[in-house]
Design a protein around this ligand. Structure first.
Ligand SMILES: Cc1cc2nc3c(=O)[nH]c(=O)nc-3n(C[C@H](O)[C@H](O)[C@H](O)COP(=O)(O)OP(=O)(O)OC[C@H]3O[C@@H](n4cnc5c(N)ncnc54)[C@H](O)[C@@H]3O)c2cc1C
Length: 382
């Protein structure tokens, strides 16, 4: 019989970071993944650490994003020293560039929105923006510097987090598919896997990303929806980019500062179910946005294309916290921000499991909101 203090379902950046946190608290932790760990959204991500909201629905997430960004330097130090591996963490800010519409109005709205949310954002005269990024295209109509934003390289961060969790004592179990929770009334005592075996534990953390809604008994609390994002990597020998560059149509994330330089380009936002397929239309769209921002990139070599499934939710907010079943905690639905939110999610889940209280109020992300919404809907219908 396999028995742990905590079983984590899903070995993406969220499950891996929680495992690292809990193992450092001397808990016996197992991370179960139906395939190799870190091969889904966490592998596909661009790695921007941006707490700015990308739509109105994401505004309630800003304080959590800011808290997580502030935890990043310590998180990276802990991961790098426990694993002996690099994470590709870069500070230095991002440039937001307006290429369409009434640029000055867009810029004022952007600056006011950021300031209202306590986020640093400085309007930049275009000459200054071009001094910072000499390759910026002539199509840029206005620009702002977001000085606190950072980035990581998910494909180096992810294995480093796993190695750190392993060296702290977590057991990593690839090829183990969880099919349901092991429930005894309103108590969760572990999980059942596809072979029929049960992994017993005092606590289960459900962190299965887009697939959380497919695990029997978890769906009512975690109605996650896969949202496909297509990406490309370019290699160019022109002026190296120094910052993350974003426009209303796409983004560029440089890897390294030397020439030739690799630049990651993203991304589409598509409801395509669980179909992971790169399409010509998707790639055309993201490359057009890239070439508009930095026309020199039209000469770059396309070295890779890929896509991933973001764990979306009906209200675009993550699903975090305990439910009305003892021994069960959710940490999923991080949608476009799971890389950013990994440190704060791990911290909060660690606090909850060890102390049954958290240092940040996570009530608005409670999985119970979906049960309440269902009750409200059926009351209105009757
Ligand atoms: C194209 C793209 C770009 C992105 N860019 C950024 C960015 O710049 N910044 C940012 O912060 N975020 C970004 N994101 C979002 C971020 O990648 C996700 O929010 C984050 O990776 C979610 O992590 P996760 O661990 O919850 O999910 P995942 O990484 O998807 O991991 C879930 C894991 O659960 C496993 N699993 C599923 N079902 C089961 C089961 N039944 N039993 C066992 N295991 C199971 C899966 O195999 C998988 O390994 C991006 C995402 C995409 C797709």
């Amino acid at each position: 019989m396999k028995t742990y203090d905590v079983v984590i379902v899903g070995g993406g950046i969220i499950g891996g970071s929680i495992a690292f946190e809990l193992a450092q608290r001397n808990l016996r932790v197992a991370v179960l993944d139906r395939q190799e760990l870190m091969r889904e959204a966490s592998w596909a991500a661009a790695g921007m650490l941006s707490p700015a909201p990308d739509c109105l629905a994401a505004i309630p997430l800003v304080p959590l994003g800011r808290a997580s960004l502030a935890l990043y330097p310590k998180f990276v130090d802990a991961v790098e020293s426990a694993s002996g591996m690099r994470t590709g963490y870069r500070t230095g800010g991002a440039l937001e560039v307006v290429c369409h519409g009434d640029a000055q109005r867009e810029l004022s709205t952007l600056v006011a929105l950021h300031h209202g949310l306590g986020l640093a954002c400085e309007p930049l005269p275009l000459d200054d923006a071009r001094k910072m990024e000499p390759a910026l295209g002539r199509g840029a109509l206005a620009a702002a510097l977001l000085p606190d934003e950072c980035s990581v390289e998910p494909r180096t961060l992810a294995p480093a987090v796993l190695a750190a969790a392993g060296s702290a004592g977590a057991t990593l179990c690839p090829g183990v598919q969880v099919i349901s929770l092991a429930l005894d009334g309103k108590v969760c005592g572990g999980v059942k896997i596809s072979s029929g075996e049960i992994f017993h534990s005092a606590e289960v953390v459900l962190a299965a990303g887009s697939w959380s809604s497919q695990i029997s008994d978890a769906a009512p609390y975690a109605p996650t929806i896969p949202v496909r994002g297509q990406m490309a990597a370019l290699r160019h020998s022109g002026t190296p980019l120094r910052h993350v560059l974003r426009s209303e149509r796409g983004y560029l994330v440089p890897r390294g500062m030397e020439s030739p330089q690799t630049v990651v380009v993203g991304s589409t936002i598509e409801n395509a179910g669980y179909e992971k397929r790169v399409t010509s239309g998707g790639i055309e769209k993201i490359l057009a946005a890239a070439n508009e921002l930095v026309p020199e990139l039209a000469k770059a070599e396309i070295i890779e294309t890929w896509c991933g499934l973001r764990p979306g939710t009906p209200d675009q907010l993550p699903i975090l916290g305990p439910v009305d079943i003892d021994g069960l905690v959710f940490a999923t639905g991080h949608y476009r921000n799971g890389i950013l939110l990994a440190p704060v999610t791990a911290k909060l889940v660690g606090e909850w499991i060890a102390d049954h209280k958290t240092s940040i109020d996570w009530e608005k992300f409670s999985p119970l909101r979906f049960l309440r919404a269902n009750v409200d809907r059926s009351a209105t219908a009757s």
